[in-house]
Write a protein that binds this ligand. Sequence first.
Ligand SMILES: [Zn+2]
Ligand SMILES: [Zn+2]
Length: 269
Amino acid sequence: MEHLYASDSHNHSSCSPDGKDTVSAMCSRAAELGLYAYTLTDHCECQKYELQYRPRVKTAWEEMEKAASGPLRFYRGIEMGQPNQAPEAARDALAGRDYDFIIGSIHNIRGFEDFFFLDYTEEEPDFIDRLLSAYWQELLEVIQWGNFDSLGHLTYPLRYIEGDHGIPVDLSKHKNQIDQVFSALIRAEKALEVNTSGLRQKIGCTMPDLPLLARYRELGGRLVTLGSDAHCAEDLGKGIDVGMELLQQAGFTEFAVYEKRKPVLLPLQ
Ligand SMILES: [Zn+2]
Ligand SMILES: [Zn+2]
């Protein structure tokens, strides 16, 4: 890594259904890369908690407890998907486990599959704008739910709409709603994540991108976290150095890693 404090606070092991490598393989890679801090954040898709995620969350926690005894500066995290849609499941998933860091994410809006699975080509012309509008609204609900530290991969639907399907989206139509998300996040003293997975995917930029990071800062946002969203050891740490530079371009001097749900501020240089 090029930056002294380069840290990865969003990634997945094989405890997630779409993750490839074990917790111990992920930790070995983090040590090999020389990450300053490493936070693992396996999935809990709250609306599928009873059917699928309850045992996975338990296993992930047990594996992380073992890993925490190693020499690495390791933090135990979780990515909570759709906690607003299933708050009781979210409460149950987090109960009795003292996570260091919790990401709040939206991967699908009510009544729809994950944005990954949607067909964006066959729908009426304003379908995408209505979808995005519902997405910002559900992010506000996640912020209102409140039991998280950083908002995951803002603009996640664009990874598929613009990236995979090549349909351009004019975000200026969504400025008011995005500003509302930023303002709510700042008021709630939560962080905004810079998710670098887009840099290695078709969309080709971080989620959110530089103009949105600058807007968040302009509105008073200061807390930011960084994550590769790696689903295998090989991708761990990818794009973190670029993300740290983008944050500096947007005017930030520090980023946060979380220990026992409290931000530890580290220099971006
Ligand atoms: Zn996610
Ligand atoms: Zn993730």
